[in-house]
Design a binder for this molecule. Structure first.
Ligand SMILES: [Zn+2]
Length: 351
């Protein structure tokens, strides 16, 4: 590792699956070229990285240089301000990659440090630091979750067979990667048709916490026997619906501990998803994975709510088959052609 800021970023990344809606923050305290303290933020309510590092450095923090990948806070949040602790410890300098756009900080941390006679350096590893906390920076600036759209499709552009069968278009490797994405987000959203056709549980394997499961069901169509409504599932399920859904259906879901969020309806009498994502922002949902189906994805595109896309293209032809297992396998090659991705393929027809 070539410099102290890179080491702070490395420490910060340890919090990847734990800190949401907080940022990932790491801190290195260096004196005379030697690291005397290090720390990283482990999650909401836990000490900030600077506090952890100062604790380890003890008296050696005096006249030391502090490298932290986010501007130290100057406000009382879930924990007291780090700026005060840095001033009290009499550090010599504080290095940060950029000014935290969080309205509660936004340069005030740096100003307070300078006023106390501490040197402040801004700009080291800015690009990598912004990249690491891309989700947090979007969330704190826009007050709504960073939205990731994900879908898998066949070579003939289908996301399911005509009768809605979609297990499995993509490979086991792709599905493992989707598990990894699910582990990193605060919430996962699917439409009612996906629940009706695929009956998913949307459970994340091997994780610290289950993301909130959200079902878009404007009219109350999902059957009560759907697996995702099982009250014994780990984590929480929320159904975003409108006043159109039957009250008796709502009551049955509430009895199972499932939350019902009545949202305003848009022109098409569907859940107003702009309202929904803003509501999720208020609940400190900093990232959302939208898994489909097609109509749900289209509505998120239409409202320009998508920040990132993962598309898995499987070398399969669905055509008019009823079951994914009958999809013809293809021998294929990939090429880049201008801006296009060209795939040439030869079907291997089953007998
Ligand atoms: Zn802090």
């Amino acid at each position: 590792m070539s410099n102290f800021m890179q080491q702070a970023l490395f420490l910060a990344a340890k919090g990847r699956l734990k800190v949401a809606p907080n940022p990932m923050v790491g801190c290195i305290i260096e004196r005379d070229g030697e690291i005397v303290g290090q720390g990283w933020h482990k999650g909401p309510g836990q000490p900030h990285a600077e506090i952890e590092a100062l604790k380890e450095a003890g008296i050696k923090a005096q006249q030391a240089n502090v490298y932290v990948n986010l501007e130290p806070c100057c406000h009382y949040g879930r924990t007291p301000p780090c700026v005060d602790a840095l001033i009290k410890a009499q550090v010599k300098s504080v290095h940060i990659p950029f000014i935290d756009p969080n309205p509660l900080v936004n340069g005030q941390g740096a100003i307070k440090l300078k006023e106390a006679g501490i040197e402040v350096y801004i700009g080291e590893e800015e690009k990598a630091a912004r990249q690491l906390n891309e989700v947090f920076l979007y969330y704190i600036t826009n007050k709504r979750p960073y939205v990731i759209a994900k879908w898998a499709m066949s070579l003939d552009g289908k996301m399911a067979t005509d009768n809605g069968h979609a297990k499995w278009i993509s490979s086991a490797e792709s599905r493992d990667q989707v598990q990894q994405i699910r582990r990193e987000v605060s919430a996962i959203l699917v439409g009612s048709k996906t629940v009706i056709n695929d009956d998913p549980e949307l459970i994340v394997r091997i994780t610290y916490r289950q993301p909130l499961r959200i079902i878009l069901d404007s009219s109350g169509n999902i059957p009560l026997e759907a697996r995702i409504l099982n009250p014994n599932l780990l984590g929480k399920t929320l159904i975003a619906t409108t006043e159109k859904s039957p009250l008796i259906w709502q009551e049955k879901l509430l009895e199972r501990g499932i939350e019902i969020l009545i949202c305003p309806a848009n022109k098409e009498q569907k859940v107003d998803i702009v309202y929904l994502v803003n509501e999720l922002g208020k609940r400190e949902i900093s990232s959302l994975l939208v898994e489909g189906g097609r109509e749900v994805l289209a509505s998120f595109f239409a409202e320009k709510l998508i920040n990132k896309i993962y598309t898995y293209i499987a070398p399969k032809l669905i055509g008019k088959i009823a079951n994914m297992q009958n999809a013809a396998q293809l021998i294929y090659e990939q090429h880049n052609l201008g801006q296009d991705m060209l795939i040439t393929a030869k079907p291997v027809w089953n007998e």
